[in-house]
Design a protein around this ligand. Structure first.
Ligand code: BYC
Length: 472
């Protein structure tokens, strides 16, 4: 069942027409979704024609189709990765049993909570990015933004399908709520903190797609291990799209870093504002902010929720089946950071309660690889400067280090000192104002804003000066 039927109102590969009740329920949700897109999706974009890829097949090869499409006409649909025959649960107390095709009654609340939390982030990101199209640095970048936005919309569909298909009335209610909470809304905010922060400038957008979408990669990978097979199959397909979002972040930041390094070399100074570039130390500030708020997305270092999700077989570890252990973890331990006697110590705790911390470590290592690549760009341009991920205790709002104050190097300091230094470590109002001043739309095909370099190649074999978005 891997081909997608595009003749349906809701394209899908889940045989939706075979379940009239479900189909009708989703067809009722669809106008609410489109309304939401119209109101809180990308601003002033409804008539643009965009070179978008659409999924036509969920197999690893050839699932994408590229065409000029208006976003409101994008075929949002429900696509699950192909079913793996006889798939077994790979961890926890049900290890070795057949994966569940229905929700196990005793884990219903936990599973729903995981799906709702995952689903909530998807429309949140679209809301956070809704004004960026007005200040794009090129048509190439504008297309990337819109591609990401429509796919996040589709990821919402993926979670809403699970809620509708497997959770009955309360699932339908949760699906409605997805469109009622809004990023940054004082009364009804999005669930996770980092999804309430506005993404106003393109440096923040590239940081978001590098750091925050990467949380998506790690969380989706852990959910792809789930014993609940429909969730696993949804997440597996979402991951193929997520990879492109992270590419946009890594590549975008690489282009900003290269431009900044070039301007620094040409003018023999890191202070390149007056040449229209973003100083490398300012990029570091953006990184300190985005990385620290994303570390919070992994939850507390010690979490009984996470231990339960694992033991129940609902959420595994990153690359669970590649890890060489018993996949039960009852007798294993793991090191987590804790603050003791005035310093950050690594303490041994149960491997089950520290599942969140383990994932956070995997995430950090993955982020570091990107930072190493940018540092190579900087040193090849002949500049002595390197970007560094801040210490895990820096600027944290969830877990052990909440309400504590540390330098980016991890040295504990007083709240007062932290507040005095805040603007030297993270974007100040003046920094944000400066970066915003560079956000002037560039919309001639092939032209780039001066604060970043052109990408090394275009999309899907097209040249860089292809008209990726026809503005109307
Ligand atoms: N903000 O036991 P703990 C993506 C709460 S991104 C606010 O550690 P747990 C995407 C927590 O709810 C991936 N609250 O929590 C990227 C709990 O509340 P209660 C999204 C937070 O459950 C870019 C309490 O603190 N997917 O896809 O182990 C663009 C105790 O915490 C936060 C997922 O996150 C926070 N950051 O861990 C588009 C996967 N952290 O019980 C999309 C699904 C914790 O006291 N979610 N709390 O009321 C999960 O697996 C878990 O919910 C979390 C939290 C890992 C997020």
């Amino acid at each position: 069942m891997s081909t997608i039927d595009y003749k349906e109102t809701i394209p899908n590969n889940v045989n939706l027409s075979g379940d009239r009740r479900l189909q009708r329920a989703l067809e009722k949700w669809q106008p609410a979704f489109l309304n939401w897109w119209d109101e809180l999706g990308p601003e002033a974009s409804a008539n643009h024609e965009i070179f978008l890829r659409t999924a036509i097949d969920v197999s690893p090869k050839g699932w994408a189709h590229f065409d000029m499409v208006k976003m409101p006409e994008y075929r949002w649909g429900i696509f699950l990765a192909a079913e793996e025959e006889e798939r077994k649960i790979g961890f926890g107390q049900h290890k070795g049993e057949n994966a569940w095709q229905e929700v196990p009654g005793e884990y219903r609340a936990e599973l729903r909570r995981l799906i709702v939390t995952q689903g909530d982030t998807e429309p949140a990101s679209v809301e956070q990015q809704r004004l960026l199209g007005l200040t794009c640095p090129s048509l190439y970048d504008l297309r990337s933004l819109f591609q990401i936005n429509v796919e996040e919309g589709r990821h919402l569909w993926a979670m809403v399908y699970l809620l509708h298909a497997y959770f009955g009335r309360d699932g339908r209610e949760e699906a409605e709520e997805m469109l009622l909470r809004h990023a940054g809304d004082e009364d009804k905010p999005r669930i996770l903190e980092a999804f309430n922060v506005p993404t106003k400038d393109w440096l923040s957008f590239f940081m978001f797609t590098f750091f925050q979408d990467r949380d998506g990669k790690f969380q989706l990978s852990s959910l792809a291990e789930s014993g609940f097979d429909p969730l696993s199959r949804s997440c597996r397909f979402m991951l193929t799209e997520e990879a492109h979002h992270m590419f946009v972040g890594e590549n975008g930041l690489g282009r900003v870093v290269l431009r900044s390094a070039q301007l620094s070399a040409e003018n023999d100074t890191l202070e390149i504002q007056k040449y229209g570039g973003i100083p490398l130390p300012m990029i570091q500030k953006w990184m300190n902010f985005h990385f620290s708020i994303c570390l919070d997305l992994f939850g507390q270092e010690k979490s009984t929720n996470a231990a339960n999700f694992y033991t129940m077989g609902l959420k595994g570890r990153y690359m669970e089946n590649k890890i060489d252990d018993d996949h039960l973890l009852e007798n294993d331990s793991f090191l987590i950071p804790e603050f003791e006697n005035g310093k950050v110590m690594m303490n041994e705790v149960s491997a089950l309660t520290s599942i969140n911390e383990r994932l956070r470590n995997d995430y950090r290592d993955d982020c570091q690889r990107g930072v190493d690549r940018w540092n190579k760009i900087i040193s090849e341009a002949g500049i002595e400067y390197s970007l560094t991920l801040p210490h895990t205790a820096f600027n944290r709002n969830i877990g052990t280090f909440r309400n504590m104050y540390f330098t980016p190097e991890g040295k504990p300091i007083s709240k007062e000192k932290f507040e005095n230094q805040r603007n030297t470590w993270m974007p100040s109002a003046a920094d944000r104002e400066f970066v915003m001043s560079l956000m002037v739309p560039v919309t001639n095909p092939g032209e780039m804003a001066g604060w970043l370099t052109a990408p090394s190649r275009g999309i899907h074999g097209k040249d860089i000066d292809y008209e990726y978005v026809r503005l109307h």
